[in-house]
Design a protein around this ligand. Structure first.
Ligand SMILES: [Fe+2]
Ligand SMILES: [Fe+2]
Length: 259
């Protein structure tokens, strides 16, 4: 089973049309079971950006697009437009079955109007609990959200603009045996391996808002008999394990610029 996570398209001034066109070609060729589009589809939540973003994602041939908002989408009262332009985003539970794997993917809305930080919130957290407990241990559980569940390097004070109630969310996710959390938001590809839980972060797939890796990227998640493999793919370039990128991180490089 194969899923693709693209994130932070940022349709607007820093959107890269050429990169997006290549992205579409590559992903249509990959023919994934679903494409997860993890927020910040627009740069400023403006109506013409929603219109364009909605037109652009129609180029994907994959019938399963899992879409949810980011903080940029909720700017300028974009929260009033998101559902209108992406009506499928009202669906938040997706099930996939193959001969050897059963998967459930939950998509969360963590964005807050005109705020950069995110929140799962008590009612959504309880909802996650209610839904996940209906699935047994043979089902691989994946939860997707825009904001960072846990801070990662090279993203500044990400604890201030990540998930405010991450402790409550983490408790529910680990309690329910979630194997993988997918985040977007700060455009810094990363991977945490925390016991049985992996948290993967996608870069920007098609904008100039790079961080840490100066290319348009997306993540490819492959599942084989409950084993999860995550690769990072450079748009128009090579594919490699996301763990390689984490291993190559050099904290010494920050030293020269730190106080
Ligand atoms: Fe973003
Ligand atoms: Fe964001």
């Amino acid at each position: 089973m194969k899923f693709v996570q693209i994130s932070d398209l940022h349709v607007g001034g820093l959107f890269k049309q050429e990169a997006f066109n290549i992205l579409v070609e590559e992903i249509n060729e990959l023919n994934p079971d679903a494409i997860i589009i993890s927020g910040d589809l627009t740069d400023e939540g403006l109506i013409f950006q929603f219109k364009k973003a909605s037109d652009e994602i129609k180029k994907f041939t994959c019938p399963n697009l899992i879409i949810f908002p980011g903080n940029h989408d909720y700017r300028h009262t974009g929260y009033l437009l998101f559902r209108k332009y992406f009506p499928s985003s009202s669906k938040q539970v997706y099930e996939f079955k193959s001969e050897k794997d059963n998967v459930v993917i939950l998509s969360l809305d963590t964005a807050l109007p005109d705020r950069d930080e995110g929140e799962v919130g008590d009612s959504q957290n309880l909802w996650i609990n209610e839904v996940l407990k209906t699935y047994d241990n043979n089902v691989t559980k994946i939860v997707t959200m825009h904001h960072h569940l846990i801070a990662i390097p090279d993203t500044g004070f990400t604890n201030l603009v990540g998930i405010l109630d991450s402790g409550d969310a983490l408790r529910i996710l680990t309690e329910n045996g979630v194997s993988l959390v997918l985040c977007g938001h700060k455009h810094r590809p990363w991977l945490w391996n925390l016991g049985n839980l992996k948290i993967a972060y996608a870069g920007t797939s098609s904008s100039w808002r790079y961080r840490g890796i100066f290319e348009d990227t997306y993540n490819i998640i492959e599942l084989k008999e409950k084993n999860i493999n995550i690769d990072i793919k450079i748009v128009g370039g090579r594919k490699f394990p996301i763990s390689e990128l984490v291993k190559k991180y050099e904290p010494e490089k920050r030293l020269a610029f730190s106080k």
